[in-house]
Design a protein around this ligand. Structure first.
Ligand SMILES: C[S@@+](CC[C@H](N)C(=O)[O-])C[C@H]1O[C@@H](n2cnc3c(N)ncnc32)[C@H](O)[C@@H]1O
Length: 449
């Protein structure tokens, strides 16, 4: 519902929301409109254009070089990032690089092309550069291209300075800090990355959803696109995945964030040994839908006829991914429901304190309060679901260890869920979990059993 006090009129609102959608893939329409309106009002004032139509013109003007985007995207998209983020994915990438570098050395084609889309202030591409540098050392006959892009020009500028805060480097081990950074005590960015690594990365401001046609397809061995698809709507996600797919070489890898998946959006990617870490492979020989269905039927037949281990491993990984996706959905729905319920609890408490209430109104509020408590208890059942999904994952891990034995490629199936916990959810101690969990008595009382 648009308030009469909106800074943007209907026409400017449509123009700005359309522009932002085409540029970013983020749908600003109803959901974030009020915070966008407040943000636009603030920005217009600070750039000295207090007329809404003129401000929209200014945002769209190429001469502002997209700089206003940063402020308008603030309510919906953060730039949170740090070195070696999502440790399990970084380990998987290191393993993949060891293999790729060895293959390239053997074939004599010493080239490696990596793209980090949505790189924010550079910590992610520089982490990958350090890993590559560790592997190839001073060999100078390599053709390495490490490209990094982000939609926000100010973040790209900051990335190019290659200076970082204590917080950004908190997960870099001492050896790498000593090897690749110099520290001075001045300012809030005391760590400077050495030129040797900094010069490996080429930065550009670019959007994932309105990419340049000049870019060549089939060029990258690996593309990282982590923690950004979640901000986009379905159409924009599909468009971004299709671009990422086009830019990859056949056989190349796409790495998404731990809570992201192409499932339901694109079937152009294949599962691979690193899929539990959200790595998706562009097939060497793309197959159509019909062929894919046939391949999957053949796989099931094969499995029972020939008991072929790799297919069983694929199935285990597929179930693992499914349980992880379910858990992600449950967690995000629970946290938004709990947020809303807390707002209701505050409102009810405030009402109960009102001395002018009639007896009838007070009774109604008490009834609502009781219903509300029941809803809260019901939501805590989420913790039970979590325990069950952890148990299922533990059995899958056991099965996977049994099937794969000591093979070095054996996937660690618990990792994607723990990395999700570690990186997305606020940390919870065991005591906190116990305190919040529902007792069996609570559950019996709630369901009357
Ligand atoms: C949460 S940060 C993730 C940074 C990094 N990939 C990581 O995982 O640490 C999300 C970044 O995506 C960028 N972004 C949002 N929409 C984008 C788009 N349509 N095209 C390119 N970058 C975008 C934002 O500017 C922000 O820097």
């Amino acid at each position: 519902m648009i308030q009469n006090t909106s800074f943007l009129g209907e026409e400017e609102r449509t123009e700005l929301v359309d522009y932002l959608y085409n540029k970013t893939g983020i749908d600003y329409a109803e959901a974030v409109f009020e915070s966008l309106d407040a943000c636009v009002r603030r920005r217009a004032k600070s750039v000295g254009i207090e007329n809404a139509a003129l401000y929209v013109k200014y945002v769209k003007d190429e001469r502002s070089c997209g700089a206003e985007l940063m402020y308008l995207m603030e309510p919906v998209s953060t730039g949170e990032t740090f070195f070696f983020r999502h440790a399990n994915q970084i380990k998987a990438f290191t393993k993949l690089m060891v293999q790729m570098v060895a293959d390239q050395r053997a074939s004599g084609d010493r080239s490696l092309k990596i793209w980090v889309a949505a790189c924010s202030t550079g910590e992610e591409p520089y982490s990958l550069a350090m890993i590559v540098k560790d592997l190839i050392g001073d060999e100078n006959d390599w053709d390495i291209i490490l490209k990094a892009t982000d939609i926000i020009p100010q973040r790209i500028e900051k990335a190019r300075t290659a200076r970082f805060s204590e917080r950004s480097i908190r997960h870099v081990d001492e050896e790498h800090v000593a090897k690749y950074f110099t520290a001075n005590s001045e300012g809030d960015m005391p760590y400077a990355l050495c030129d040797e690594v900094a010069s490996m990365v080429e930065f550009h401001a670019a959007s994932l959803v309105s990419v340049s046609e000049e870019e060549t397809n089939n060029q990258y061995d690996v593309v990282f696109c982590r923690n950004v698809l979640g901000f986009l709507d379905e159409t924009a996600k599909k468009k971004a995945l299709s671009t990422l797919h086009d830019r990859l070489k056949p056989g190349g890898y796409l790495v998404l964030g731990p809570a992201e998946s192409p499932s339901g959006l694109s079937d152009a990617f294949q599962r691979c040994p690193y899929s539990v870490h959200n790595f998706f492979k562009k097939p060497e020989n793309p197959v159509g839908n019909g062929q894919r269905a046939e391949a999957s039927a053949a796989m099931t037949e094969d499995l029972f006829a020939a008991k072929r281990l790799p297919h069983l491993i694929d199935l285990v990984q597929f179930i693992d991914r499914g349980t992880c996706d379910i858990r992600v959905d449950i967690d995000s729905s629970l946290s938004s429901a709990i947020e809303m319920l807390s707002a209701v609890a505050d409102a009810l408490n405030a009402l109960q304190d009102d001395t002018k209430l009639t007896a009838e109104a007070r009774e109604k509020i008490e009834q609502m309060d009781q219903q509300f408590m029941r809803a809260m208890l019901f939501l805590q059942v989420g913790d039970r679901i979590t325990q069950k999904s952890e148990a299922l994952r533990a059995s899958l891990q056991e099965l996977s260890d049994y099937l794969i034995g000591d093979d070095a490629e054996a996937p660690d199936l618990n990792v994607s869920i723990s990395s999700f916990d570690e990186n997305i959810l606020p940390a919870k101690s065991d005591e906190e979990r116990d305190e919040n969990a529902m007792s069996q008595d609570d559950i019996d009382a709630l369901f009357g059993s």
